[in-house]
Design a protein around this ligand. Structure first.
Ligand code: ASP
Length: 581
């Protein structure tokens, strides 16, 4: 027998028991007469003691144990003389009667402790050692718990988990596909799914009614920080529903997760239209943990001779409450922040509502105190507030002010990790103009249904057509999104036409789906949540990497197994990618 107990379960109630434990050596201390070893497994740490009455060979062996040796010991549970009440096993220790080394270990390249000295690269190269550390393992335990809760909730709502294939053909979710050459069909390739989108829709045609899958998806994108080429979605689809049904079922899922995993009662998940989100926050994923909503000022500031405002399509600002005392230096920092190339703004105008009640702006030359009173009224400022204003083209200036708003939220301590502000953003535009290709793209994906009342606009003003599409946002992070789908061949064909597909292209790529729509497709819709992201929010982490057991680095590499890698010429020849060896 390797063990009678784990290293995390013995307590004062077990005094006198003869036990066998196995695990890794966390550390050892040799105090002359006594040797103490901490042995660790997934469940905890237990202290082992060896003393002068023990046989010499065993003591000598105990003294030689290095960090991370795998050992097995038998002994008696005794009370500790100096207790450690911080850990559950801290009142007892094991007086060892026999020690067996199950496997020696090289000195690990970094400390296997909660705080490690290992840098990112080293930890990733030896990820299996990193995973021995509590914080990393706890993240994966959390992930496991969340997956169980998701399954429990959806199962309770009659969803059926169906596995869809991994070797498929390209689905247009807007990213590049990873492809896999087919040996049996030389010159032809499978694509790895960017999502199971078309399959889940076909399952609705098949009458499954409610489907879900916790599923790996693949997107070959240039890796921006914190993207992984393979990631996990909670992918769902429902038939005979309307948008309202989806919002309710999945609000329920998120609520259940927060309650059962984090013990947090979410009050409500408010809804905001895309148009309002852009107008009030300059973002389709606003962080609603704090207010600081945009105030548009065209009516208030134009026509007073200040060219920057007069020439701008939109003048818009925020009230940073309590920041009137910002120094010149701090304001310069903010100006530098918005002038960074990533944001690209040209300047920042401010107005202080001083604690003595006076109003002072950076453009006093153009605006009298009476004019500034109008500004103050627009922002409902109080003494102590700082108003920050930007001007420019509508879309651009909104994006820029969004960045500034988030920065101010951070600086003013309004973005607490333990506060959760979920939000549904609804009524997304169906199409999005792409400057590079000079045509419209589907904002969500081509299977998303336009709002019936907007269909007529498809020909006249495609950019104005709204979709039955929705995102769930938590703390400014998009955690999920979906839509009501088109289930009618004619409308789907019309959609492909508007997206610039020829009839033949549409038939070649999506004929199977449009054909299926002719065999009794029910109205349906769905959603997918980014499971890694959701786990990282629950774990209070900024990065999704540490909720993934074996993640890839920023260049898409797994540095542990050293992949991607070249393959042998024989393999290439077999795949007909290279004809000669
Ligand atoms: N397939 C979509 C995505 O991956 C989600 C959905 O529409 O259900 O973003």
């Amino acid at each position: 027998m390797h063990r009678t107990h784990t290293c995390g379960e013995l307590s004062i109630a077990d005094l006198g028991k003869e036990v066998i434990l196995a695990g890794w050596v966390q550390k050892s201390r040799d105090l002359g007469g006594m040797t103490f070893i901490d042995v660790r497994d997934r469940y905890g740490i237990t202290q082992l003691t060896f003393n002068a009455d023990d046989n010499d060979a065993m003591r000598a062996q105990a003294r030689e144990l290095g960090r991370e040796f795998v050992i097995k010991v038998s002994g008696t549970v005794i009370e500790r003389s100096s207790k450690n009440l911080k850990i559950p096993t801290g009142e007892v220790e094991i007086k060892v009667s026999s020690l067996e080394i199950l496997n020696a270990a090289k000195l690990p390249p970094f400390l296997i402790e909660d705080e490690t000295d290992g840098g990112d690269d080293l930890r990733m190269k030896y990820r299996y050692l990193d995973l021995r550390r509590n914080p990393v393992r706890n993240n994966l335990v959390l992930r496991h718990k969340m997956a169980q809760e998701v399954r429990k909730y959806l199962d309770g709502m009659e969803f059926i988990e169906v596995e869809t294939p991994v070797l498929i053909k390209s689905t247009p979710e807007g990213a590049r596909d990873f492809v896999v050459p087919s040996r049996m069909n030389p010159g032809e390739f499978y694509a790895l799914p960017q999502s199971p989108q078309t399959f889940k829709q076909l399952l609705m045609v098949s009458g499954f009614d409610r489907y879900f899958q916790i599923v790996k998806c693949f997107r070959d994108e240039d890796l921006r920080a914190d993207r992984q080429p393979e990631f996990t979605q909670i992918d769902c689809e429902m038939a005979f529903i309307e948008q309202e049904d989806i919002l309710n079922v999945f609000e329920g899922l998120i609520r259940t997760l927060f309650k059962n995993v984090k013990g947090v009662d979410l009050v409500e998940v408010p809804r905001m239209t895309y148009a309002d989100a852009m107008r009030l926050y300059g973002s389709d994923k606003p962080d609603t943990r704090f207010g600081m909503q945009f105030v548009e000022l065209n009516d208030v500031v134009k026509g007073k001779g200040f060219p920057i405002f007069d020439n701008a399509e939109l003048v818009v600002g925020i009230n940073a409450k309590g920041a009137a005392e910002y120094t010149r230096k701090q304001l310069d920092e903010l100006t530098d922040f918005i002038k960074r190339p990533q944001i690209g703004a040209t300047g920042l105008i401010y107005m202080r509502h001083n604690t003595d009640g006076s109003l002072k702006s950076s453009v006093d030359k153009f605006y009298s105190e009476d004019e500034l009173k109008k500004w103050s009224a627009a922002f409902s400022t109080e003494p102590g507030d700082l108003v920050l204003i930007m001007a420019g083209g509508t879309d651009k200036v909104r994006k820029q002010l969004n960045e500034l708003r988030l920065e101010m939220g951070t600086r003013l301590g309004l973005r607490d990790k333990n506060t959760f502000a979920p939000l549904w953003v609804i009524d997304f535009p169906l199409l999005e103009w792409d400057e590079d290709t000079q045509r419209f793209h589907a904002m969500h994906h081509p299977f998303t249904s336009p709002k019936p009342e907007d269909i007529a606009l498809l020909d006249t003003n495609p950019g104005e057509v709204r979709a039955n599409a929705y995102d769930m946002v938590v703390n400014g992070i998009e955690i999920g999104g979906g839509s009501i789908r088109i289930h009618d061949r004619t409308l789907q064909a019309l959609m492909f036409k508007h997206l610039g597909f020829s009839k033949e292209e549409a038939q070649k790529q999506f004929g199977f789906l449009m054909d299926a729509f002719e065999f009794g497709a029910p109205p349906h819709g769905g959603i997918a949540f980014g499971f890694d992201r959701l786990c990282s929010i629950f774990a209070g982490l900024d990065s999704i990497r540490d909720v993934i057991a074996f993640p890839k680095n920023n260049s898409g590499r797994d540095v542990m197994i050293d992949s991607p890698s070249t393959i042998a010429d024989e393999q290439l020849a077999e795949l007909k990618i290279r004809t000669t060896i």
